[in-house]
Design a protein around this ligand. Structure first.
Ligand SMILES: *Cc1c(COP(=O)(O)O)cnc(C)c1O
Length: 413
């Protein structure tokens, strides 16, 4: 098979829409164009049928009930609705009362779509604890338990991290929250569709997901909102026509929703074999690179990690330079949202990775359409480029001569 370049190893940033998803969506642009809110004619009814089929497909993937799915524009909106909506609904004191309105627990290395809503809530009188992960990147139930207070109202911990793929102790954290009567939200954007999910046995109350991370279209997502034990209520953050049981007003993105549903159906059917395949590709990628290069480190817990994400630090090499040198491989330094800035990844820093190594790290994330040939090509390219860059590095020369460069006292000039 010939290799088409560049190759796409950035599936944690977004995925290609599966052609089967596109096919399912097409009739909803032209033939089935009604507004599902139009209750009094058939154009509305058939559009509504499409939406309700999708709602069932999404619910099935999560082990949820159809009525527990709220369609949104993506995980950013789902997180905002879950976090701000729950904080406002379960606040202990009204805004402006001067008292702590409630305590929220999250983690330092969450996605910005969780951190920024939390920061907003701090400005509005809530207190937030940002848990520090272990060096392996994990948040455990014990960490959450130790941070719990009498006035804790909400815990939001992502299921799996988008930069390093590490998997947090979600069922255990959920059980703890249920014991304490605290609402539990998880950002499941990287997890859902890749790993088996059951919101009931996993003790999740609110779960965010996004279409474009699981081979569906961009600009559509969902929020799972538990209806029983406990019945979770949210304050809407967008008001208007009262769609989605008043939690998310606005005419539904019917084509996107149909695509999201189809993407979930495909994920349910193909998850097991796909997971195996991705894991074997990733194992090959990581062992190829670590066998071919000295001074590299794979970041995050070795096993408790999603099968498609690999984050590697290449000592004595600048991540940005390595990316330039590997122009035929699309990968990422930091998350897509932070790669525009020159700050090293805040996720790696939260794990205690030093600035040097954090600057030397790249994420490769595999997906449904990647092949073994592409992995072979990437291993070769990365090794070649790292070796070339190191040849130009005086620090690497010193390191080879046995000088511990962390102990050098640099002279200011
Ligand atoms: C991509 C991503 C988001 C944002 O999703 P959008 O649908 O682009 O808004 C949120 N959280 C995680 C973990 C992600 O990977």
């Amino acid at each position: 098979m010939t290799l088409t370049k560049p190759i796409y190893f950035d599936n944690a940033a977004t995925t290609k829409c599966d052609p089967r998803v596109v096919e399912a969506m097409l009739p909803y642009f032209t033939e089935i164009y009604g507004n599902p809110g139009s209750r009094n004619h058939s154009f509305g009814w058939v559009a509504e049928d499409g939406v309700e089929t999708a709602r069932r497909q999404v619910a099935d993937l999560l082990g949820a009930d159809r009525k527990e799915i709220i369609f949104t524009s993506g995980a950013t909106e789902s997180n905002n609705l879950a976090i701000k909506g729950a904080a406002s609904m379960y606040a202990k004191h009204p805004a402006g009362s001067g008292k702590c309105r409630g305590h929220i627990i999250t983690a330092m290395h969450e996605h910005k779509a969780t951190l920024d809503p939390c920061k907003r809530l701090q400005k509005e009188g809530f207190e937030v604890t940002y848990l520090e992960p272990g060096a392996d990147g994990l948040i455990t139930a014990k960490m959450v338990e130790d941070a719990m207070r009498d006035d804790t109202i909400l815990v939001t911990i992502m299921w799996a991290n988008n930069e390093i793929g590490t998997i947090n102790e979600i069922p255990q954290i959920g059980a703890l929250c249920h014991d304490r009567g605290v609402i539990f939200h998880t950002d499941g954007t990287q997890w859902v569709g890749k790993m088996p999910t059951d919101v009931n046995t996993d003790n999740v109350d609110l779960l965010s997901m996004s279409g474009h991370k699981l081979y569906g279209p961009k600009g559509v997502g969902a929020l799972y909102v538990r209806r029983r034990r406990p019945r979770v209520r949210l304050t809407a953050i967008q008001e208007g026509g009262g769609q989605e049981r008043g939690m998310r007003s606005g005419t539904l993105n019917v084509t996107g929703i149909v695509g999201l549903g189809k993407a979930c159906e495909i994920a349910s059917q193909e998850m097991d074999s796909e997971r195996e395949r991705l894991l074997s590709l990733r194992t090959k990628l990581e062992s190829g690179i670590t066998a071919g290069l000295s001074d590299v480190q794979v970041n995050g817990h070795a096993e408790k990690r999603l099968p498609h994400i690999s984050n590697i630090s290449y000592g004595f090499v600048e991540g940005e330079s390595l990316m330039m040198a590997c122009k035929d491989i699309a990968m990422s330094s930091g998350s897509a949202c932070t790669s525009a800035s020159l700050e090293p990844s805040y996720v790696l820093k939260a794990l205690g990775v030093g600035d040097d190594l954090a600057h030397s790290s790249l994420r490769m994330s595999l997906g449904r359409f990647n092949t073994e040939e592409e992995v072979d090509f990437a291993i070769e390219q990365v090794i070649k480029s790292v070796n070339k860059l190191r040849e130009l590095s005086p620090l690497y020369d010193m390191h080879k001569e046995g000088i511990d460069i962390t102990k050098i006292e640099w002279q200011a000039h």
